[in-house]
Structures are given as C-alpha cells and as structure tokens.
Design a protein around this ligand. Structure first.
Ligand code: TRP
Length: 335
C-alpha cells in the first residue's frame, strides 16, 4: 500500500540575498533539475522571510535580489510549467504554521542547532540574536511540511533543519492521531559543499569568494586565476597537493570527464603540472558549463513578476489546505 511518504513531492528554497553561485548549483540546483525531469511535483521557494531574519534593517538588499534569483532559476533550466516558483512572504499560511510549530520546539534545541550556532558566530549575533533568526528553523519546517514534501534537495548544512522538520511532522501526526504530514528526507548531492575561491570552507556571497552563475567570461577567468591552490607548490616540478586545492574541488564538481581529472591529479601530485595549466582546464570546464546558462538567460524573456504571482497562487492554495488539516489535527478552534 502506498503511503503519504511515497508521494514524489520536492520542496526547497534559497534566501534571496544576492545572485546564485556555483556552490548553490553543486549543492542543490543540479538536483532540482533532476527531480523536475523525474516527474516530481517540485516547489522552489524564494525564502525572503528567512532572509529578513538577519536583514530586517536592510530590506532593499532582499528586494533587489529577488529578480536576480528568479533569473538564475530560469537560466539553469527550472521550468515554471513543471516547477512552482513562489515567494515565501506571499504565503501567510507559512507564518501561521510557524507560530503553531513554535509551541513544539524548545529554545534550547534551537540554540543547540549546529547550523544556527555556526551562523551566530559568523554574524556576531552571540548576544543580540533576533528572535526571528533563532526561530527560522521552525519556519523552515513550516515551508517543508506545508507542501507535504517528501524530498528536500539541499547542501549538508541544511540537514539539522530537515531533522527538525521530521520531528515536528511526527509530533503533529502523533497529536492528530493520523498521518497528516510525511517525514521529509534530505537529498544531498555528490559535492555537498563547494569551497570559496580563497580556500575558505564555503563559497558564499557575503564572504565575497563565490563565482556567480551570472558572472561574465572575464569575471570567471579572473576568479579562477586568483584561486587558492597549494601554497607549497612553488615550482612547476614540485609535487603538489590535491586535497584542499580549490581548483581540483571545482574540477571535481564541474569537469564531466572524470578520467581526465584523475589523470591531472596524478600528474599534479607527482610534480610537473603547473597551477596555470590546471586553472586553464578549469576555465574551459566552467565556460562549457556556463555558456548554455548564459544563452538560456537571454532567451527567457518571461516577466519575473508573472512567474512569482502565478507560482504563489498555486502554492497558497496547497499551503492553506495543509494548514487547515494541521489545525484540525491539533484541535485548534476554527472560526
Ligand atoms: N535555509 C535555506 C538557505 O539557507 C533556505 C530555505 C528556506 C529552505 N526554507 C527552506 C531550504 C525549506 C529547503 C527547504 O538557503
């Protein structure tokens, strides 16, 4: 017998804080295209509410990024006729679910969330964390469960959020005495975290160390040429280190010819293959990857507002149904 956990529904989202980059592609965008092709019912959410949790004094930044993110979605091949693209803040039911779910989650469990802890550090929020920020994992559980998503394609830093969504779904089902919400599963990609061009653990817009999907050929070249390699690989003939070498991390993610990359690694380790040579190879791999994205971006002249409005209408209908179900399950009085 098929159950609520067998339906092919995928939901994921991005905070609109700037254009999307290669780290987003390697971590989740790639999988979204796959799920769309595999016939999943796909929802992609522009997580503006989540972005406000640490940008409440700088909403202009978020407003400016929303069209950029939609343009990136279309450029990589998300198809609005198969994937519902919508705006989080325009689905108020998500905020309603968040309020209800917050009653099932303790402050201390949020404070223990490893992703939140990391973010508190990088944002210097140690003492003055906005309560909205601390609670965003709960809102993320609302995003996922509102669409009864069974599959959430994400980078590995999002796994604690999915765990929380699973816990909340189980609690709602237990209190309601029936299977209302499925247990969502994370879908990780082969490369779960792409390093920044400076060798830092994660490529990110705020660290200024990312290559954007919208970068020009020249920008890509300049960034690859500035990439962190092996500081001890001084002369071409010196043996070089592949681990922690950003050029190889990107080749692993974006050069489809695996045999060629393995061969380059072997020659680099042995000594005799220079940094400029491996960077040239990476530039051509990235160009091959980005050229169709650039032409798709130019070809898609669809109005981004139309896409958001239509997607949001669809999303709202579904979220409203789930919210009504959850309220009934929890025994919430409905006026
Ligand atoms: N937290 C995600 C990010 O940092 C964005 C996001 C919001 C999300 N809601 C989601 C991802 C639900 C997956 C599922 O980009």
């Amino acid at each position: 017998m098929s159950t609520i956990n067998d339906t092919k529904i995928a939901l994921t989202g991005d905070r609109p804080t700037g254009p999307l980059h290669l780290g987003h592609y390697a971590g989740t965008l790639q999988n979204r295209i796959r799920l769309q092709e595999e016939g999943y019912r796909c929802f992609v959410m522009i997580a503006d509410m989540q972005a406000y949790t640490d940008n409440a004094y700088n909403t202009a930044k978020i407003t400016a990024a929303i069209p950029q993110v939609v343009s990136d979605y279309l450029a990589i091949g998300l198809d609005p006729s198969r994937t519902t693209i919508f705006l989080q803040s325009a689905v108020p039911e998500l905020a309603e679910l968040t309020m209800l779910y917050m009653n099932f989650v303790t402050v201390s469990s949020l404070e223990r969330n490893p992703t939140i802890r990391e973010e508190l550090k990088t944002r210097n929020f140690e003492r003055d964390v906005p309560s909205g920020f601390l609670c965003y994992p709960v809102s993320q559980a609302a995003d996922i469960t509102a669409f009864k998503a069974t599959c959430v394609p994400v980078g590995d830093d999002q796994l604690p959020m999915i765990e929380l969504a699973q816990e909340i779904a189980r609690k709602v089902n237990r209190v309601g005495g029936r299977d209302i919400l499925p247990t969502p599963k994370g879908l990780l990609s082969k490369v779960t975290r792409l390093p920044g061009i400076d060798g830092k653990a994660k490529a990110s817009k705020s660290l200024g160390n990312a290559i954007f999907l919208s970068d020009s050929q020249q920008e890509v070249r300049d960034k690859v040429m500035a990439m962190y390699t092996d500081p001890n690989h001084v002369r071409v003939n010196d043996p070089g280190q592949v681990e922690g070498n950003v050029v190889f991390s990107y080749l692993d993610a974006f050069e489809p010819d695996v045999g060629k990359v393995e061969d380059m690694k072997r020659r680099y380790r042995a000594g005799g293959l220079g940094d400029v040579a491996i960077k040239r190879e990476l530039i051509s791999a990235l160009e091959a990857f980005l050229v169709p994205i650039r032409s798709q971006r130019e070809a898609s002249n669809i109005n981004f507002r139309d896409i958001i409005n239509e997607g949001t209408r669809t999303a709202r209908k579904i979220a409203a149904e789930t919210t009504a179900d959850v309220k009934d399950a929890l025994g919430v009085f409905r006026a």
